[in-house]
Design a protein around this ligand. Structure first.
Ligand SMILES: NC(=O)c1ccc[n+]([C@@H]2O[C@H](COP(=O)([O-])OP(=O)(O)OC[C@H]3O[C@@H](n4cnc5c(N)ncnc54)[C@H](O)[C@@H]3O)[C@@H](O)[C@H]2O)c1
Length: 261
């Protein structure tokens, strides 16, 4: 039973207003942590806060665009002030982009870099600074199977998620002596609003009916079913808790067997 093993801990989850971030927030609350949810959508963040409060934990919602470095620093300050500390950061906020190679515009590359790479780094940097001064902590980044391999219609997204794996390794080494561990998860095809959009985009690119691209990728997953947000949350819970204390710099594939490494 994991319940209670994060009692007294404070976790900040970026992009926690829906999808995987919501499932992670609920799971860490079930483990005993109080949760700060920082999202572009304050409305979604507030709705997850209500769910967490119903579980008897403290939770706060904060509006953030992780591309705004000053705002990210401010959010970390507000979390430590309102919830009394910061022990866990889950760097989950992210966006996708899917286009054939000759249709990739500069603004697509910029957006992937700004949100998935720079935004993730801003949160990591601000949280780690607090953790180093306060005895340590745990950082978990959301990478993707797309960061492990190339994909024909996801060049910019793959690029950004490969960078997340690289940041995880360098930050882990930079922070190890200060008792901050940095790990990542690499999910596969997860049943969230994100994949509804991917499916529509792939249907257009490949001239297939909506629903068909998703059906095909799910059919090819070795474990034979689409991934649920809770499948990711279970592993994040492990990486955020004491059972992973001797792990750092790792990216754990949570993808039903899609990528073997
Ligand atoms: N769904 C998948 O199949 C899948 C697979 C692998 C990795 N991932 C990664 O997992 C993470 C969550 O994905 P999801 O499927 O839940 O996506 P989602 O689109 O359902 O949710 C993403 C959340 O991030 C927030 N967000 C987006 N841009 C932001 C910004 N600039 N600042 C703050 N918040 C922002 C959104 O408001 C939203 O709440 C992402 O990093 C994604 O790349 C998803």
């Amino acid at each position: 039973m994991s319940e209670g093993r994060l009692n007294g801990k404070v976790a900040l989850v970026t992009g926690g207003g829906q999808g995987i971030g919501r499932a992670i927030s609920l799971r860490l609350a079930k483990d005993g942590a109080n949760i700060a949810i920082a999202d572009l959508s304050l409305e979604n963040a507030e709705s997850v806060v209500k769910e967490i409060e119903e579980m008897g934990r403290k939770a706060i919602a904060l509006e953030v665009d992780v591309r705004n470095r000053e705002r990210v620093r401010d959010v970390v300050g507000q979390v430590t002030e309102k919830l009394g500390g910061l022990d866990i950061l889950v760097n989950n906020a992210g966006v996708g982009a899917f286009n054939p190679i000759f249709e990739i515009e500069e603004k697509e590359l910029d957006l992937q870099y700004e949100v998935n790479v720079k935004g993730l780094f801003f949160a990591l940097q601000a949280a780690a600074e607090y953790m180093v001064k306060n005895g340590g902590g745990k950082i978990v980044n959301l990478a993707s199977q797309a960061g492990r391999r190339g994909e024909p219609y996801a060049l910019s997204y793959c690029m950004s998620k490969a960078a997340v794996i690289s940041i995880t390794q360098s930050a882990a080494l930079a922070l190890a002596s200060d008792k901050v561990t940095v790990n990542a998860v690499a999910p596969g095809v997860v049943d969230t609003p994100f994949w509804v959009e991917v499916d529509k985009k792939f249907a257009k690119i490949q001239n297939l009916p909506v629903g068909e691209p998703k059906r095909r990728v799910v059919e090819s997953i070795p474990l034979g079913r689409i991934e649920q947000p809770e499948d990711v949350a279970n592993v994040v819970s492990f990486l955020a808790g004491p059972d992973s204390d001797y792990m750092t710099g790792q990216t754990v594939n949570v993808d039903g067997g899609n990528v073997l490494s």
